[in-house]
Design a protein around this ligand. Structure first.
Ligand SMILES: C[S@@+](CC[C@H](N)C(=O)[O-])C[C@H]1O[C@@H](n2cnc3c(N)ncnc32)[C@H](O)[C@@H]1O
Length: 330
């Protein structure tokens, strides 16, 4: 781990190899400490593409931008770091490319979803049930609603739905009931340890406690940061902005995200043959993309042993086909 709390990035060797195929504009939509960006930039130079390439690094967390700025200082002429949300990809890329007089078409785009080790390991950010801290969980400090706002203002029914939808938590109703009873008796829940304590009481089986805590904290974090909505927007916008041969790489860490990415890729890589049984010789719409990773790429045992977070990582890659390359058989 470096001085800013950032781990070596997950799948650090695979990303540059699978993403960097040509010169052009690359976007790292989840810049974090800049670990993946650095690997991408090194690969661009190694392949001789450096002089014609630009990397746009986006993060909504000021601290991440500061850490990445230091780590990437030697690539000054090839990077633009932007405070923003990858859900606003299109407007960010259009603005930067206009300023740089480059075509706003992407040779590669990376999303390494979720929170960084630096965020999780900072108790004052309130992301972790392992630390005592304010119940915050905002990646962008300007986000209006914190985790405490959500936990203390949603009704019992809304909380149960949230835990079920975004945490896939089987005890969603009873945990929601405990939270509302606690609020009524003792006042608002403002600390991570208070929320974690309530969940621990409800889950009698010690072997299940950690999974329940992870699911509930995950659900609240997704809601605070609108994670699935911005992912849906970014998938659409990045696919629309890829150049022919350009690649979109997504690393996800839980099944909700991974399912969304998998379905999106499958839909985009399929030709539309119209209603069944019509027997068309040509599809109504030819697939414009191909899936590079038929099965998601996961980390090896060695990487997992040095970075346990890598265990749940799933990398999927989609490529925009060059003109005339559309695969009729998909
Ligand atoms: C898993 S970390 C990425 C680590 C990074 N790949 C590296 O090499 O250090 C995710 C980062 O993405 C940022 N992030 C998550 N969702 C975001 C969004 N919708 N828009 C912008 N940044 C986001 C987080 O603030 C965090 O810094």
């Amino acid at each position: 781990m470096d001085a800013n709390g950032y781990h070596e990035p997950v799948l650090a060797a695979e990303i540059p190899d699978l993403l960097v195929r040509m010169p052009g504009v690359y976007v790292d939509g989840t810049l974090g400490g800049g670990g993946h960006s650095r690997r991408i930039l090194e690969e661009l130079f190694r392949k001789g593409f450096g002089g014609q390439s630009l990397l746009i690094g986006i993060d909504q967390d000021d601290r991440a931008l500061e850490a990445a700025g230091k780590r990437l200082a030697s690539f000054e002429g090839n990077i633009v770091l932007v405070k923003g949300n990858f859900g606003d990809l299109r407007s960010i890329v259009l603005r930067v490319c206009r300023e740089r007089q480059m075509a706003p078409s992407l040779a590669g785009m990376l999303l390494d979803l979720g929170v960084s080790s630096a965020q999780i390991d900072s108790p004052e950010r309130g992301f972790s049930y392992l630390h005592h801290g304010p119940l915050d969980m905002r990646m962008d400090s300007e986000t209006v609603r914190s985790a405490a706002d959500i936990v203390n203002t949603m009704s019992e029914r809304e909380l149960a739905n949230l835990f079920f939808r975004y945490g896939e938590e089987p005890r969603s109703r009873s945990i929601a009931r405990d939270i509302v009873e606690y609020r009524d008796r003792q006042g608002p829940i403002l600390r991570t340890e208070t929320l974690a304590g309530l969940i621990r009481q409800r889950e009698p089986r010690q072997d299940r406690v950690i999974r329940t805590l992870s699911r509930i904290f995950q659900a609240v974090r997704i809601e605070v940061n609108h994670e699935l909505d911005v992912l849906a927007a970014a998938l659409e916008e990045s696919a629309a902005m890829l150049s022919p041969g350009g690649r979109l790489a997504i690393i996800s860490y839980h099944s909700l995200e991974d399912r969304m990415v998998k379905c999106f890729f499958a839909t985009r890589a399929r030709s539309d043959w119209g209603p069944r049984g019509v027997g068309l010789r040509e599809p109504v719409r030819k697939a414009e993309f191909r899936i590079v990773t038929r099965k998601p790429v996961s980390a090896g045992e060695q990487e997992i042993s040095s970075n346990p977070r890598a265990r749940s990582a799933r990398l999927r890659i989609l490529e925009k086909l060059a003109e005339g390359e559309a695969d009729d058989l998909t």
